[in-house]
Design a protein around this ligand. Structure first.
Ligand SMILES: Cc1cc2nc3c(=O)[nH]c(=O)nc-3n(C[C@H](O)[C@H](O)[C@H](O)COP(=O)(O)O)c2cc1C
Length: 221
């Protein structure tokens, strides 16, 4: 798959088959993360892949915690968003809703429950930022995109997950993650359930005009 095709056709998967992913594929995806660029080549990261009972026990703990604490969906992490971002967030929620309903789900908290259960994915990759590098977390975004695209190239679905970070300390305790490593993102990986309508959803983007400025270019060339 060429790079542009991969970028254009990748989308988030929110329903996975209960089918194991070969370890070889996971290692190749982790290797794609390893090859990402970073400032001064510091490579301020680690990538941990979790599957099997360790992953299942983590999901159970996350859902138990959610039952006690009850976090809500909050794109601004509790801070008020400006109009532009409220509109984008509402648009996402409105547009994904019919797909959730078509999947037969009536739970308004489904995105939260789904995220905390990694949408049933057999494997998760934790993207860990080493704060002792005094580096910039933007480096980990590059590794994240390598993971998403290399998995997509293998026919695997992914969902980057920020919501479970609300219970970051619990995840740290469960997996014994050292204090210097901050959990930056968690990626659910597996084979997409193509029969589930939720996976038909394709999110939109604002137009190129709205978010770009060309400075010093000829008008018509
Ligand atoms: C940093 C980050 C965190 C995300 N966290 C979640 C999450 O917790 N739950 C979820 O369902 N999707 C999550 N997503 C997926 C986004 O909703 C999705 O990428 C966005 O709507 C664009 O859709 P696309 O990935 O299909 O292009 C996250 C994506 C990113 C990049």
């Amino acid at each position: 798959m060429d790079v542009m095709t991969a970028i254009e056709s990748r989308k988030t998967t929110r329903a996975f088959l209960n089918k194991p992913v070969p370890k070889k594929d996971i290692l190749e995806i982790l290797n794609a993360a390893r090859l990402a660029p970073s400032g001064s080549n510091l490579q301020p990261w680690e990538f941990w892949a979790v599957t099997g009972t360790e992953k299942d026990e983590l999901v159970k703990k996350l859902l138990d915690e959610q039952n006690k604490v009850g976090i809500t969906y909050s794109p601004g992490r509790g801070r008020p968003l400006n109009k532009r971002y409220i509109e984008r967030s509402n648009s996402f929620a409105m547009k994904i809703l019919p797909y959730i309903e078509r999947a037969g789900i009536n739970d308004p908290n489904w995105i939260i429950q789904g995220s905390l259960s990694f949408y049933g994915a057999p494997v998760v990759i934790l993207i860990l930022f080493d704060e002792e590098s005094y580096s910039n977390e933007i480096n980990l975004g590059l590794a994240l995109q390598n993971i998403l695209l290399s998995a997509h190239n293998k026919g695997l679905g992914t969902c980057p997950l920020g919501l479970p970070l609300a219970f970051g300390e619990m995840i740290r305790d469960h997996l014994k993650i050292p204090k210097n490593l901050k959990i930056s993102n968690i990626v659910a990986i597996g084979y997409a359930d193509t029969n589930n309508p939720i996976n038909e959803f394709k999110s939109e983007r604002v137009s190129l005009d709205e978010i770009t400025k060309l400075i010093g270019f000829d008008k018509d060339k």
